[in-house]
Each structure stands twice: as C-alpha cells, then as structure tokens.
Design a protein around this ligand. Structure first.
Ligand code: TYD
Length: 145
C-alpha cells in the first residue's frame, strides 16, 4: 500500500537554518529577522533552562504554529515525527536554528548541563493549537490505524 503523506508539513520540511554570524575576536554575534532569515514573523519567544539531567520536554504537536528552536547554550536533541517518519536532530550551535513546521510531534531530550533552549514562535501561546495526545495527532495527520 502506498502511503500518501502530507507533502507540506513533514519532517523533510524541518531543517537547519544557518543564521548570520558576525565573527569578532571580542565575541561573535548572530541576529534573526522575522520573515527574512526564517519563514515566519516572530510573535513570541520562550526558553527552557535549568533542565535537570535526563529530563524530556515537548511531547506534543502544534496545529498551526511555526517555530525555530535554537541551542543558545549547551546542547540537546530534538526528535521530529510527522506520523510517518521520524528524525533526530542534535543542536549545539547558537548560529543554527531548527525550523519546525506545523503538524510535527516533537520530543526534546539529551540536554547537556546548563543548556538553554530558545524557541521563536509564529503565534502567541494558545492551548487550542496543541495536540497533546499522540493518538489524536496521528489521526489528524492522516496516519492509517
Ligand atoms: P509546554 O509547551 O508543554 O512545554 P514544553 O513543550 O517545553 O515541554 O508548556 C509547558 C507549560 O507552560 C504549559 O502549562 C503551558 C505553559 N506555557 C505558557 O504559558 N506559555 C508559553 O508560551 C509556553 C510555551 C508554555
């Protein structure tokens, strides 16, 4: 049986964005301009920090939210899942961002000590935009039972 996946929102659409880096012996500088370096305007910024060893974050998908995930300090992994395919991405550079499109179940794990995960988001916080149940997500993604 051929499985037709959602062509627009799948793990292949989630990729590393190389952000501008102004190298300087006094310290490097990176900047991000919404709608220019990333494919959405930034409406919200949030960050995870003081993450205890072995902790996992995420465990949900968004219906319409676009995000860019950046390891501002330290490193961690992001596991992306569109219901048909999965991929694990290791983030450790503050000049790289991982673009995550809507309809992707994500888990964040393998946080290094002292790591900081910053997320740029296309909309304000809205619990209605979440799939928090994996079964509900698979159903909405069109995954056959
Ligand atoms: P959640 O998105 O589940 O966190 P993570 O994906 O990092 O594991 O959010 C955790 C809690 O924080 C949840 O109660 C909702 C709240 N929250 C806000 O109030 N505003 C926000 O912008 C975010 C991202 C979460």
């Amino acid at each position: 049986m051929t499985i037709i996946t959602n062509k627009e929102f799948n793990v292949d659409a989630c990729s590393i964005v190389s952000l501008p880096k102004i190298s300087d012996p006094r310290g490097n500088l990176t900047f991000i301009e919404g709608g220019d370096h990333i494919p959405f305007d930034i409406e919200r910024v949030y960050y995870l920090y003081d993450v205890p060893g072995g902790a996992e974050r995420g465990g949900h998908a968004h219906k319409g939210l676009h995000q860019l995930i950046i390891a501002m300090s330290g490193s961690f992994d992001v596991v992306l899942d569109d219901g048909f395919s999965k991929k694990r991405v290791h983030l450790s550079r503050s000049y790289n961002g991982l673009y995550v499109c809507p309809m992707i179940w994500r888990e964040l794990d393998n946080f290094s000590s002292g790591s900081v995960c910053m997320v740029l988001a296309s909309n304000r916080y809205d619990e209605e935009d979440y799939f928090r149940d994996y079964g509900d997500f698979l159903k909405a993604a069109g995954v056959p039972k």
